[in-house]
Design a protein around this ligand. Structure first.
Ligand code: HEM
Length: 277
């Protein structure tokens, strides 16, 4: 009783509210970042050239005379996202059930209530836990190899580097976690809540489902395209796309010089290179 009186006389701490706010803020930035990230990675669906253009732009290649860009720019971008990712995960851990007993109580209550938003919260806890490991692996690789983002090197990493199972798991988790997170943020802070709260909730939930399907589709298509490129490129693992393009251009430039006497050879070379591309 004494302790209860002491507790209730204490000034209420604002820390939990601030931590909640920080979690929402980092979650919002990461959620929106993931949408942009999926469009950028999804550029591979349009072709190797498109993905290469995106990767080079991220490296600020347009600012360098050589066109090679500055992978350090990618390093700092990854560092920022990784820091936000860790902060967001640490803040999220506060909400995790810390014992099997607590977990069972939550599961029992979920079964009893049959409340979809509580089920969504549970999906977020599970996907968040998986992402803590899978996301860290991906971000660490990006942090330590910022200059290795290009159609061939990325595809090699996915196929020959055996990253595809991790990406597949991460993709499913991140799309569920991200869209549920953004939906829950809207509910929590009352964004887009019209006059009819029930109707707004239903509309938001439909939008959430559509966003999950949309980004999952882009992600799976992109992963599929990377896998096809990676399989075809298995015998040249480590070759950069830009080096390959330079080699092709070199062959094409050399052709008129050799061409006069070696018409035959060029005719053979061209289709082979075209097929290669
Ligand atoms: C600035 C930080 C990031 C950069 C530069 C980045 C870059 C990339 C790149 C280049 C790929 C293509 C595959 C590869 O080259 O290995 C990729 C794929 C992927 N990334 Fe990231 N990423 C970042 C942050 C994140 C975060 C925070 C997550 C989620 C936790 C994430 C999840 C994924 C997933 C799921 C894929 C596979 C997508 C697919 O193939 O469809 N990434 N990322």
């Amino acid at each position: 009783m004494d302790s209860y009186i002491i507790e209730s006389n204490k000034k209420k701490s604002r820390i939990p509210a601030r931590l909640d706010f920080a979690q929402s803020g980092t979650g919002l930035i990461l959620g929106l970042f993931m949408w942009v990230h999926m469009f950028l990675v999804g550029s591979i669906i349009l072709g190797k050239g498109s993905f290469n253009f995106v990767a080079k732009t991220m490296e600020l290649a347009f600012l360098s005379d050589t066109g090679h860009g500055f992978p350090i720019a990618v390093f700092f971008a990854v560092l920022t996202i990784f820091t936000l990712f860790i902060i967001h995960a640490l803040l999220g851990v506060r909400k995790f059930p810390i014992s099997w007993k607590q977990h069972q109580i939550i599961r029992d209550q979920m079964k009893m209530m049959k409340h979809t938003d509580t089920n969504l919260w549970y999906i977020q806890v599970v996907t968040g836990f998986i992402m803590f490991f899978a996301g860290s692996v991906h971000l660490y690789i990006m942090l330590t190899h910022p200059g290795s983002i290009d159609p061939y090197m990325s595809a090699d990493r996915i196929v020959s580097g055996h990253m595809w199972p991790l990406y597949l798991i991460l993709l499913i988790c991140v799309e569920l976690h991200g869209t549920i997170g953004l939906y829950r943020l809207c509910m929590k802070w009352g964004w887009f809540s019209g006059k009819d709260a029930k109707k707004s909730r239903q509309t938001l939930k439909k939008m959430k489902n559509k966003a999950t399907i949309f980004f999952l589709t882009i992600g799976i298509l992109a992963l599929f395209v990377f896998i096809v490129i990676g399989i075809k490129h298995r015998d040249r693992v480590g070759e950069k796309y830009s080096n390959h393009i330079a080699a092709v251009e070199q062959v094409q430039d050399d052709q008129p010089i050799q061409g006069k006497d070696q018409d035959q050879e060029i005719k053979i070379l061209q289709p082979a290179e075209a097929k290669h591309e």
